[in-house]
Design a binder for this molecule. Sequence first.
Ligand SMILES: O=C(O)/C=C/C(=O)CC(=O)CC(=O)O
Ligand SMILES: [Ca+2]
Ligand SMILES: [Mg+2]
Length: 479
Amino acid sequence: MASESPAKRAKMSTDAPATSFAAIAAMTSWVEYGADSHFPVQNIPFGAFARPDGVKVCGTRIGNSAVDLSAVIKAGLLPASEPWAVALMNEDLSAFMKMTRESWRAARYAIQALFVKEAESKWTAELRTAAMFPVASVTPQLPCTIGDYTDFYSSREHATNVGTMFRGKDNALQPNWLHLPVGYHGRSSTVVLSGTDVHRPYGQLQADAADPSKGSVFAPCKLMDFEVEVGAFVGGPANAMGTSVPIEGAWDRIFGFVMMNDWSARDIQKWEYVPLGPFTAKNLATSITPWIVTVDALEPFRCPTSAGAQIDPEPLPYLRDPQYSSFDLQLETSIQSDVDCKEGAVISRSNFRHMYWTPAQQLTHHSVSGCVMRAGDLLGSGTVSGDNDKSYGSMLELSWKGSKTVELGEGVTRKFLKDGDLVSMVGFCQGDGFRVGMGAVTGRVLPPTDLPPAAAAVAAAAAAGASSGSSSSSASATA
Ligand SMILES: O=C(O)/C=C/C(=O)CC(=O)CC(=O)O
Ligand SMILES: [Ca+2]
Ligand SMILES: [Mg+2]
């Protein structure tokens, strides 16, 4: 790691593993993978997948292998009687995530110890066949039952940019923004795994922003967008209703992190969001990576946020995070299209350290009214935008509401997403000769689905209106 890197400068968390950063960097594995793998022995994430024979199991990933932890436990390489091992015998991580950080840590260390070079002889050929599968041969599953999904708005740059575009420069950052992590309740039913195609949604759009008397039309979204986010999975025993999660222990209630794309229909959003915030513009799909990278795996990369060691104004006491900091997690977003950008092009580079509010502050604030926070709840960080126009986390900002083009190379440009565009977001921390990352969250934009009967009737009526001279509901999407 470069000597000036924030990860190196940062003091290791007191909660961090007893191992030094140098000792972590020096770990090697008997499993082969490249220096750019996101899943070296230093990572050991948790996930759930269906084996080639269809059996669903909890697992980890190392290099390009998905590891069936139930097979490793059955073979006697992990202590079957430990409560965490019992929990890992389930089809997904729901039970395991309800345990404590101590249990997650014990499990991760025990698994990690099986993949260091010195442990190679423990792995018989028989066990390798029974427990290790090429990732391409397994079917990732959602890691747990996602009870609730909440999305925050915690990048100061993103909030300022969106506020400027939606409400004007003078009302960009609302007066509450520096005092609490603003958020909205999202929809867990449409949280999907990376690789899931996403249809351009239908919805209500304002017919003519210059003339509100023209009302609205029903049509496919024309301003389809992504949002680069880091998702935090809540873990640990739920707080009782009427109590809250104290900020002092809040980091210990975060099980780990995934990359997340909060698909957004900007024209639907612009019309519907007043005054209660995002609704159907955001519930069409939210894509996540399948492997949850633990807080412990990210601890060596803890660093100050770009807002500094403290925030000003100082938040109310209940929101003062004693570990106010972030992770030096690099984020890179690209678009690929078989139509006009076959090689793909990187359009944004950002970093998780740009977030102003920490996941601990988000969790504590979420529960301050007595709201129950359960293991498996998903908290979106909010779009991660940096301080320059190459680091913005959405097309809305990169194209500044469509007022300029985003270059994909060789004369190919975008303002918003086109049908056929494959959006890919990767997140990783760069260590000294190794990486710890989440992999890529991908999703392709498909044309609108065939309309269900009720919606078809509305569209037909709107089309009839259009042919008689009123507002149009053309299905063609512009980009
Ligand atoms: O109304 C606004 O200012 C904008 C709201 C959002 O776009 C919500 C959202 O998804 C927040 C985020 O990802 O940061
Ligand atoms: Ca969002
Ligand atoms: Mg969403």
